[in-house]
Design a binder for this molecule. Structure first.
Ligand code: FPP
Length: 243
């Protein structure tokens, strides 16, 4: 990522959790007359820099939508390429964690039980490691928001617990984490795409035209600064509007 994030761009307690829909890899490749898989390769290669940038500005949780429950519908060749990249970069990010004195915890959300064995083993290895919440990167793999809600509801039923908002929130894959304050979508489409549909009920959305492989320092700075201009009311009123 060219250049460093400006010192003035810092996350405070209003911006603890950010989630990203990394869209536009295919279009990035098409624009260059390259196969779609090249777009995914570039999209995966920027992850380490993106992670470091969000960690450096002080965001505590970063959730990345890498593969949805619907992405299996893509050609086998593309699915296989994404799985290989997922393995390669999950391992790389994992190594980065070690280089940076464990200042990164990698977690996974989604039904990882049906992923290729090699990837599952790597995930198991990472999940077995010591964790802290200095900076957590959730990688959503075979993730779907509706499937997650069904999974959480079934868990409550199995445990004989009442279906309440609090219990459901806790039974989500992200149960011990704060809901995203900001959800960024690259690639210009105004869609939620089954991503964090429970947790994102009151998230601020930012849609960028930038295609994911081009996502960089300026986009991150713009998102953070724009976020602070938003007035989050969570369905209530601002103080000055109350009378
Ligand atoms: C969306 O672009 C992107 C994906 C479905 C895959 C994202 C995967 C990576 C960035 C690599 C995986 C890496 C890890 C660490 C899990 P698109 O193909 O829908 O783009 P388009 O809308 O332009 O066609």
């Amino acid at each position: 990522m060219a250049g460093k994030i400006k010192e003035t761009v810092k996350a405070d307690e209003r911006l603890r959790s950010v989630a990203i829909i990394m869209d536009g890899n295919g279009r990035w490749a098409k624009k260059r007359l390259l196969p779609r898989t090249k777009g995914h390769e570039k999209g995966a290669a920027i992850l380490e820099d993106v992670l470091k940038a969000f960690r450096d500005i002080g965001v505590r949780y970063l959730t990345l939508y890498a593969f949805s429950t619907e992405n299996w519908k893509r050609p086998k060749e593309e699915v296989d390429a994404i799985m290989k990249l997922a393995y390669k970069y999950v391992e790389k990010i994992h190594m980065d964690r070690l280089r940076d004195e464990k200042a990164l915890t990698v977690r996974f959300i989604g039904d990882t039980s049906v992923l290729p064995e090699k990837l599952r083993n790597k995930i198991a290895e990472i999940e077995a490691m010591e964790k802290d919440d200095t900076f957590v990167c959730n990688i959503a793999l075979n993730y779907g928001g509706r499937a997650e809600i069904v999974h959480a509801a079934n868990e409550l039923v199995a445990k004989g617990l009442p279906i309440t908002e609090e219990n459901l929130s806790r039974a989500m894959y992200t149960g011990d984490m704060p809901d995203p304050d900001l959800i960024i979508r690259t690639g210009g489409d105004f869609r939620v795409s089954n991503f964090l549909i429970w947790q994102g009920a009151y998230s601020e959305y930012m849609i960028l035209d930038t295609l994911w492989p081009d996502f960089g320092r300026e986009d991150i700075e713009k998102c953070v600064l724009d976020f602070y201009k938003r007035r989050r009311r969570f369905g209530g009123l601002d103080k000055e509007d109350e009378s």
